[in-house]
Design a protein around this ligand. Structure first.
Ligand SMILES: Nc1ncnc2c1ncn2[C@@H]1O[C@H](COP(=O)(O)OP(=O)(O)OP(=O)(O)O)[C@@H](O)[C@H]1O
Ligand SMILES: [Mg+2]
Length: 335
């Protein structure tokens, strides 16, 4: 069966004062109908740019897809006319953001904004139908006293409630795909857990696919069945959730896993972190982009980018060292 969404060798860059800067480099992954895929990596690795490329929302004119393709139900999203893309974006692929206020209008009541969303997707609905559906959606996303909420302005709601309203608006059209870009990062831990539970329930009840973007592998473990690990604009590793946690292949993934606090850690010990930081786009190394932080780096890692190997079904890894240790049949499996 063809994937619902197929990102193929996607390359995206920005025009900057210092010239064109490549920030997403040959990124490929598939999303199957109804699955939850995690996109994980440190700040600046290109997660949001990948999501905005799928949505056709790259900042124009600076941002540009200059290679690869994004296929939604076999249709090339970067190549379709803008009005058709708007229809897909509104109806079939929805996105929620870290800060709900970027999507909510501060001077309009919640009810009005929900009604606008409905009339965008289905013009001509009666006021009664819109109100009934709005109440239904607010209930579906777990908002208590929905009648009252419809009359309130976004600033009258807590951060968690605002995030629920944004999720309700994203669900209004019954999308096939929800892209959630760090939707819980700004929330405190209890509310974060509630929103994750809500997304899990919605995913189960509606059958929509979710791309969940985060820098936190702990959150990925709660929600996702497969994970794409990005580093400095490239894919480092891709795997089903179980094998990724029990048997990570890329040194960067191992570093991310080691950074997750554990209950059996000695109290007050420093968290293990990966030394250094993601290189900026103006200082990317010419070989493997993780080379300056990698404890296993060998000579070759400095000189050339690693190819992507596919060591098992559903798994990919881009690492010279992995290839060297697993030499032999890696050659035959590379993609
Ligand atoms: N409008 C822009 N102009 C120039 N460069 C940009 C622009 N937007 C993003 N970038 C650059 O693209 C790279 C990837 O950014 P992106 O926002 O996708 O990172 P991210 O993985 O989502 O990080 P975070 O976890 O902080 O949200 C960064 O180096 C960033 O500086
Ligand atoms: Mg981001």
């Amino acid at each position: 069966m063809a994937a619902l969404l197929r990102v193929e060798e996607l390359s995206v860059g920005f025009d900057t004062e210092d010239g064109f800067a490549d920030v997403v480099d040959h990124v490929s992954f598939d999303l199957e109908a109804g699955e939850t895929l995690g996109l994980v990596g440190e700040s600046g690795c290109g997660k949001s740019v990948t999501a905005l490329s799928i949505m056709g929302l790259l900042p124009k004119p600076a941002g540009r897809i200059h290679g690869g393709d994004i296929l939604f139900k076999d249709e090339s999203l970067p190549r379709i006319p803008p009005d058709r893309m708007r229809a897909i974006r509104g109806n079939r692929i929805a996105m929620i953001f870290q800060e709900p206020m970027t999507a909510l209008n501060p001077v309009q009541r919640v009810g009005h904004q929900l009604a606008e969303t409905f009339s965008l997707h289905e013009p001509g609905l009666s006021t009664e139908t819109v109100t009934r559906r709005s109440l239904g959606l607010l209930e579906q996303v777990g908002i208590p006293a929905p009648e009252q909420r419809l009359l309130e302005y976004p600033h009258q709601l807590s951060g968690g409630m605002r995030q629920r309203v944004m999720i309700a608006m994203a669900l209004a059209s019954g999308p096939d795909i929800l892209i959630a870009d760090e939707p819980t990062t700004a929330l405190d831990v209890t509310i974060q857990a509630q929103i994750l539970e809500l997304l899990r329930d919605l995913q189960r009840d509606t059958g929509m696919a979710i791309i969940f973007i985060t820098h936190d592998l702990g959150v990925i473990a709660e929600l996702c069945s497969r994970v794409v690990v990005m580093y400095a604009g490239r894919i480092a590793e891709q795997a089903p959730i179980g094998p990724l946690f029990t048997h990570p292949l890329h040194p960067y993934t191992r570093g991310l896993l080691a950074s997750i606090p554990r209950l059996d850690d000695e109290p007050k010990t420093l968290l293990t972190t990966i030394p250094g930081s993601v290189p900026g786009i103006e200082e990317l190394p010419s070989g493997c982009r993780f080379v300056n932080r990698c404890p296993f780096a060998v000579e070759r890692c400095h000189g050339q980018a690693p190819v992507i190997d596919a060591p098992a079904p559903g798994r990919k890894v881009a690492c010279h060292r992995w290839r060297e240790v697993n030499a032999g049949d890696a050659e035959a499996r590379s993609t």
